[in-house]
Design a protein around this ligand. Structure first.
Ligand code: EPZ
Length: 423
């Protein structure tokens, strides 16, 4: 099993380029099922989750030529609509094929994704919305079986909770449905915007892109022809993670290919902690704080502070000069798995319900720690960069799901980090 070995306290410098966003690429790959023509996707992140979803398309009968950051996909040849457990259990976002398979083929069987370390991750809102569009849904043997033999029809969908995946599944379902679908309380994340734009550029009428109310006129079952190539937007969470690397090591580093608007919440919080920035179009340079200050964070849906940056900021908050930081996690019920591992590096973090109190410590010390989920892994790496001595971060298969060449990028910035293997 691979692990990362990090010798801390190195100053970072220089610049790196941010990869395409995993959470934008996944719905875009799923949406290619809405077409029976070839489409080219570029700027894909070279991460396990994308490889997994593309492998699923192949298993369904799609033709895919995938080389790291470019994929040429033709789903005209799909013969199966069963997304099996073996794939979906590896990557819960495979549930994103539900809406596109159902609306294109009138039936599909998708394994229930199962939970993950950060929470139960139900899909009840996805299923309720598809039923409102005319789907017959049955859950049996761990699979969602969905049928709509005459296709889906438009409906007014009110999500009583904002769900990124739920919004994306319904956008894809609505694209080929008969009539108009209105999604109220829709997610507004940049990845949802990219999906809407991809479908709109294929000639589907989509109103309210980027707002909480999206209205889609379906094609009535006619597959889409996408305007390609479709270039995946930069990864706002990867960019935020590297800005935190600059902050926690008191280093000045530059990121290329960043969309400032997408990371504004993280920039604001780092500024409140004493950092400053030079921003020129898609390039951002972080100037470290002379003295890092504590921070108060509540995670919420976009454009609020992203839950996917919560663990990384907890690492930075652990080494401020003085003052307690408070971090409240409002989206997931169990997204503090990184706390006990960070405390093994010497942080002083206390949990009370869904709030973490981060008390400052003078120093962190290297240790063997274990990653538990994707963003927790990156928080452990950040803390290791600031710790005395050697840290080994185990179970980094979590990291490989969503960070493209993290150790290569950190090494390019001057970190002492190497990938080793237990075997
Ligand atoms: C997406 O997950 C992201 N994943 C997550 O990123 C991110 O943390 C999350 O959105 C929130 O921003 C991808 O985009 C692939 P949700 P998703 O549906 O769509 C509850 C990462 O690190 N809910 O917006 O699964 C749910 O339990 C990952 O890259 C229901 O109750 O998140 C959660 O509490 C981790 N019923 C809240 O809503 C449902 O039917 C938000 O979930 C659906 C969701």
């Amino acid at each position: 099993m691979d692990y990362l070995e990090i010798v801390g306290k190195q100053k970072l410098s220089g610049e790196i380029t941010i990869s395409g966003a995993k959470n934008a690429a996944l719905p875009v790959v799923a949406a290619t099922i809405l077409s029976d023509q070839e489409v080219t996707l570029t700027n894909l992140p070279d991460v396990v989750d994308i490889r997994t979803l593309i492998r699923l398309l192949g298993m369904l009968g799609g033709e895919v030529k995938h080389d790291k950051t470019v994929a040429v996909i033709n789903n005209g040849s799909i013969t199966s609509t069963k997304a099996i457990y073996e794939i979906v259990s590896q990557m819960r976002a495979s549930i994103l094929v539900l809406g596109s398979l159902l609306t294109r083929f009138g039936e599909c069987e998708v394994s229930l994704p199962g939970g993950c370390a950060i929470g139960q991750r139900p899909i009840d809102l996805h299923l309720k919305a598809l039923e409102a569009m005319g789907a017959a849904i049955e859950i049996k043997g761990g699979y969602v079986r969905a049928e709509a033999p005459n296709g889906l029809h438009g409906a007014k969908i009110i999500f009583d909770k904002i769900t990124v995946g739920g919004t994306e599944n319904i956008i894809m379902a609505a694209a080929l449905a008969h009539g108009t679908t209105e999604i109220i309380n829709a997610a507004r994340e940049p990845e949802v915007v990219q999906l809407c734009e991809m479908i709109a550029q294929a000639g589907v009428s989509v109103e309210g892109i980027g707002t909480g109310t999206i209205t889609i006129e379906g094609t009535g079952g006619k597959p889409l022809v996408f305007a390609d190539p479709i270039e995946i937007i930069p990864d706002r969470i990867e960019a935020g993670t590297y800005l935190c690397a600059g902050a926690i090591t008191h280093s000045e580093i530059t990121l290329n290919k960043v969309n400032q608007e997408h990371i504004q919440a993280s920039l604001d919080k780092l500024e409140s902690m004493g950092c400053s920035f030079t921003i020129e179009k898609e390039r951002i340079t972080i100037h470290p704080a002379k003295q890092l200050k504590p921070v108060s964070i509540i995670t919420t849906e976009y454009p609020g502070f992203p839950t996917d940056m919560q663990a990384q900021f907890m690492a930075v908050a652990s080494i401020v000069e003085e003052g307690e930081s408070l971090i409240e996690e409002r989206l997931f019920e169990n997204r503090f798995m990184h706390v006990s591992e960070l405390n093994r590096l010497g942080t002083d973090i206390w949990l009370k319900g869904n709030t973490a109190a981060v008390r400052p410590v003078k120093e962190l010390n290297g240790a063997v720690v274990m990653a538990t989920d994707l963003r927790a892994s990156s928080a452990l790496v950040l803390a290791a960069l600031a710790a005395n001595g050697v840290t080994q971060v185990k179970r980094i298969y979590h990291l490989d799901r969503g960070y493209d060449n993290l150790e290569g990028k950190l090494s390019a910035l001057g970190a002492d980090i190497t990938r080793k293997s237990d075997r």
